[in-house]
Design a protein around this ligand. Structure first.
Ligand code: B1M
Length: 222
């Protein structure tokens, strides 16, 4: 089973989606993240272990990108391989509860196209009994504001992966707080931390989906 998990991480790093995918050249004809995830789940590997292997694979490809060893197309293939895994994991995160605990409007802020982490947060939050309204990526402040108008009483989740889009995140938090001071805002994403969240005026910061759920459950009890 360990070998299967290792290969899933490798397939993310190498961008190997499935057996019929011709990329990368030296892995032609081999199983990709799609088949390997199915096999791992069928053999009883837990979704968390699979996710951890994927995140490790993503970290490795990200580090190689930083060293100019790979470029955007390789990152795109890694994202494609990760999406194949997520399709298998989705049912595990969406166990479904009867009545929603509340509503989370979530999106990746303007200028930022990274959505794998945001999608993961949305899935886990949904699986923990919250209704999720996903606005997608590259979401401008005005779109978040419109969504709050359409979903009174919702909490808002903002995601950013680029250092450069943290400024847009900050503007978005301010815009929301100016128009809807009572709306709770939680922020997350790799370049964020508690201090940055506080400086932006956000109500909460979560480093991962579980942190987002903990925050939502906490404010839900108030
Ligand atoms: Co980009 N990229 N990328 N990229 N990319 C990073 C983020 C980077 C760190 C790579 C690197 O240089 N090492 C770097 C950012 C550097 C920086 O700003 N500090 C980078 C760059 C530079 C870029 C481009 C500028 C490259 C270029 O064009 N020259 C470009 C920007 C495009 C844009 O957004 N405008 C770009 C493009 C892309 C792709 C489109 C090719 C692709 C994204 C595909 C997609 O998302 N659909 C991509 C990818 C895949 C990555 C890496 C390799 C992986 C990101 C990922 O999905 N991680 C990334 C390197 C890395 O992260 N090591 C990198 C897995 C995911 C599960 O983790 O998203 O962190 P993460 O989410 C976590 C937590 O952060 C948290 O929970 C999640 C689960 O644990 N979380 C929240 C996230 N949102 C949350 C919200 C919450 C709470 C928690 O509450 C609301």
């Amino acid at each position: 089973m360990e070998e299967l998990v290792r290969r899933i991480g490798e397939s993310i790093e190498r961008g190997k989606v499935n057996r019929s995918s011709p990329y990368p050249n030296d892995m032609q004809g081999q199983d990709g993240s799609d088949e390997l995830t199915r096999q791992a789940l069928d053999s009883g590997v837990g979704p968390e272990s699979i996710l951890q292997a994927c995140n490790d694979g993503m970290k490795r490809i990200g580090d190689r990108f930083s060293r100019n060893e790979v470029f955007v197309p390789e990152l795109l293939m890694a994202a494609k391989a990760m999406n194949a895994v997520m399709a298998h994991l989705k049912p595990y995160f969406q166990t479904g509860t009867v009545k929603a605990k509340g509503k989370l409007v979530i999106g990746t802020v303007a200028g930022d196209l990274h959505d794998i982490g945001k999608n993961l947060v949305a899935m886990v939050v949904e699986g923990n009994g919250w209704e999720v309204v996903d606005l997608g990526v590259d979401v401008k402040a005005v779109k978040f504001v419109d969504a709050i108008k359409q979903n009174p009483g919702c909490t808002v989740g903002l995601s950013a992966l680029l250092t450069t889009t943290m400024a847009n995140m900050s503007k978005t938090v301010q815009e929301i707080k100016t128009q809807f001071p009572a709306t709770r805002v939680i922020v997350g994403g790799a370049p964020l931390n508690q201090k940055a969240a506080e400086q932006m005026g956000a109500d909460g910061y979560a480093p991962n989906p579980q942190g987002a759920v903990a925050f939502l459950n906490m404010i839900g009890q108030k």
